[in-house]
Design a protein around this ligand. Structure first.
Ligand code: CU
Length: 309
């Protein structure tokens, strides 16, 4: 908030403004502290494995999580993020489409980023130094909500009843994670991922994770924010009804094209509206057979459920 605007308020108005702010639940700023670490990430179920990763966490004494912690703000909000690099290699932190500072944070160092989130939407944050760093798990989602946190995709944008965030990604365990995680040199000319994740989970977990399953009452509308943090494009296929794409990689669409499959290119984002049309459980899966698997085991890959109730 501009200081000059505050000075325009009389004292009584100032009290009222503060009260309004308290009751509206609005916040002045979001502040996050992130730590970059090496560790292990587990994909459960048949075909699953413990995978060496480099990732973010917001818990100083915990291991990294994949994807990293969800970062959130509202339109117009100031955000401060401090990143501590507790890994042995240099890393950076970029919120694609919002921040531009690509300075490397040396091992043991830290860097603070201060920026304003002016445009509601979903953004990929990651280490952009090289493809290995992102593949190893250094990525996550930044969601900018409409001002006031209202249930609209953006101020004066389309409304929704429920919201979901899907971060899809892939890992080549034997050629990239095992090698890089042991300090070796990855041959980046060969990438054959065998793990495909939905919010860091194999499909067996993702099909029963409450915040991942797209679940609503018939007639309700779900807003789905999608981030493809992987190296491969992913075509997500929704069953039971068509959706309307409202945002393609940050570009808001004026005419909402209906469809049942959306191709989200590697490193990009999308937002869509899905109206719950009929009762029952239906799949949402990625339309490339291999990407539905965990080391070849079907449906323990990038998949979840759509539940109309
Ligand atoms: Cu399908």
């Amino acid at each position: 908030m501009d200081v000059k605007i505050w000075r325009m308020f009389k004292r009584s108005e100032w009290y009222i403004a503060v009260l309004l702010l308290m009751f509206s639940g609005a916040s002045w700023a979001s502040t996050y502290t992130l730590y970059i670490k090496s560790g292990n990430w587990v994909v459960n179920g048949s075909g699953g494995a413990t995978i060496k990763v480099w990732g973010f966490t917001d818990a100083p004494t915990a291991g990294p999580i994949v994807p990293g912690p969800l970062l959130e703000s509202q339109e117009g909000e100031s955000v401060t993020i401090t990143v501590y690099n507790q890994h042995t290699l240099p890393h950076n932190f970029v919120v694609r489409g919002i921040t531009t500072d690509q300075t490397q944070i040396p091992a043991g160092g830290n860097r603070t980023y201060v920026f304003t989130t002016s445009t509601a939407g979903v953004y990929l944050f990651s280490d952009t130094i090289n493809s290995i760093n992102r593949e190893m798990g250094l990525y996550g989602a930044f969601v900018v909500h409409a001002a006031g946190g209202i249930n609209k995709a953006w101020t004066n944008g389309p409304s929704f009843d429920i919201e979901r965030l899907w971060v899809v990604s892939d890992m080549d365990k034997s050629r990239w994670n095992d090698i890089a995680g042991a300090g070796g040199t990855v041959n980046t000319s060969v990438y054959k991922p065998n793990y495909f994740m939905m919010n860091g989970m194999g499909g067996f977990d993702a099909m029963r994770a409450p915040n991942t399953v797209l679940q609503g009452n018939v007639g309700q509308v779900g807003l789905v924010r999608i981030v493809n943090a992987g190296q491969f494009d992913e075509s997500l296929h929704f069953h039971a009804n068509h959706f309307q794409i409202i945002d393609a990689d940050g570009a808001r669409l004026s005419s909402y094209e209906p469809g049942d499959t959306i191709n989200v290119k590697a490193g990009t984002t999308a937002m869509l509206l899905y109206k719950f049309y009929r009762l029952g459980n239906y799949p949402m899966h990625v339309h490339t057979a291999q990407m539905e698997t965990a080391n070849g085991v079907y449906l323990n890959g990038a998949a979840t459920l759509i539940v109309g109730q």
